[in-house]
Ligand binder design. Sequence first.
Ligand code: PNW
Length: 495
Amino acid sequence: MITKEVWLICIMLSTSLATTINVSRFPKDFMFGTATASYQVEGGWNEDGKGENIWDEVTHRVPSPIVDNSTGDVACDSYHKYKEDVAMLKHLRVNHYRFSLSWSRILPTGFNNKINPIGIAYYKNLIKELRDNNIEPLVTIFHWDTPQPLENLGGWTNELIIDRFVDYAKVVFENFGDDITYWLTFNEPRQTCSQGYGSKQKAPLVDSPGIGEYLCAHNVLKAHAKAWHLYDEKFRNVQKGKVGMAIDTAWFEPDTNSTEDVDAAERLQQFNHGWYARPLTIGDYPEQMKKVIAERSALQGFSQSRLPQFTQDEIKYLKDTLDYLGLNYYTTNMALDADDKRIDVISYDADAEVNTYQKDEWPKSSSSWLRVVPWGLRKTLNWIKNTYGDIPIIITENGISEDGSSLEDETRVNYYQQHLSSVKDAIDDGVNVFGFTAWSLMDNFEWLRGYTEHFGLYHVDFASPDRTRTPKESVEYFKNVIQYGCVLGNSTCDN
Ligand code: PNW
């Protein structure tokens, strides 16, 4: 452990070196919180009537596709230890906790023919524990754990799932809605669709590049809009909540100031963020996507574009269905117009016709895709405002991984200090950002990377049956940021 004095010197040093740290205080009502997701922390995979989901199925395969052959069968055991989790949140003095509901814990078959009362009770208890401790629950309805019976029918590539998702959303609005102000329908649909159905990087490991991933997105977008309309018509008056979506993107910085590279960076941001946010704000897919995918599909011999089309009625129905926007931001990439258009390759990735890379000088993390580029967050937030208008935004995820070897996680403290400073810069630029959520409250099951990448403020001992939680140094820092609204982690920010 490092002493308080050394700690202070470290913080002062890091701020004096990084001259760009914004030391103006956050607004009083700014929401600070942390996040997790059901499959990554809960465990209890087959307890008390829970049904099987796609992550149960994938992690139980032999040979295992998970790097360390691990599963989320127990994970952080939050199914039994949620009171400890809330005590940690209380220690941090967060305003909110973002967690997700396990669809198969609530509806074991995925369908609404059978509601699991013990699953409902688990989340009611968690929400009550949060409310009793003055912590606002921010609830993600779907964070990647599709019920297996629905996956067997094609999952998100079969439009059948739209109404099944809406059935599920109705059950959760009815059961929890009186206590929830902030709903998120989906977490990072791009990862669900492109990694789940376009490449084998996430469950269900379906390899349908350039086709399955677009079908998936089309159904996700319709399911979101239908759930939003259901809430708007049946629940909003009484429950007074807001329904948004957590959409992830990296920032894409043009490699040169040539028109080609500037357009390429913008096109890739439209492929990443616009793919989901544009239909739900302005209406319809981004023009760049429609054009390039139609052209490539024709050259590839398809009779129609691989990007499905919305009808005029659907465009209207989807438009303006985000009460607020969740942004998951981790990193930045340099973008350049692809010389080689790779017409022979059928994939969302190739469709964008953009090459990317990360600079060697950007500090690394334990995740191959994640280098530390704080200014990308400010640029992303400004881009969102300039693209969709003045929508309220909450950062629903931001964080960095390490290898878990030490509780002295200065890299995380620096990462948060620099990214919070970048958020404050964006607020000062006039972007309507009302909250920040650190990923993650604690180390957890990092999907195909198992337990090898550690994103937690709290360390979790996965070798111990107790799944003992221990604060890392970043806990003290984040707690002080919250207390003082000051990225310096003390009281000295300007008012
Ligand atoms: C998020 N990228 O995924 C997920 O929402 C979390 O469940 C996950 O644990 C966390 O990030 C850390 O990986 C992302 O390549 C994965 O830009 C990759 C990217 C973004 C988000």
